[in-house]
Design a protein around this ligand. Sequence first.
Ligand code: 5GP
Length: 140
Amino acid sequence: MSSPAYQPDNIFAKILRGEMPCYKVFEDDVALAFMDIMPRGEGHTLVIPKTPARGLLDMPADALGPYMQRVQTVAAAAKAAMKADGLTIQQFNETAGGQVVFHLHFHILPRWDGVALKPPGTMGDKAALEANAARIRAAL
Ligand code: 5GP
């Protein structure tokens, strides 16, 4: 079954257009990275492409490489900045796949030995989100 069309009223498209605020980590002509507002762990960061793709499967193949370079760059900065032992990187497609916001994004989750992810759905502390964004920006 093919995916529904991209909808430009999704929350990440609004963040890209500057219509909604975010705790910004990185931006260039290819991608924007910002803190997940409901972090499942310290330093939980999202990296989205500027290309309007709904998920991985409708992202133009020639845009994927440059975007994944930004995902890797931000992941390395998040791991270093947060002094993490490892990283979990997640990407969901369609409701059945766990996707909630229908603009392609990768989750970057710094991980520490023995520390579980928090359940989804709890708003992060604003001061912590801002502080973690600043730490990751400084590591880029
Ligand atoms: P997914 O679509 O990959 O399942 O999850 C979407 C993610 O976006 C969730 O982790 C959620 O916390 C995050 N999110 C939802 N709305 C906003 C928002 O307005 N701002 C930010 N920064 N993150 C959001």
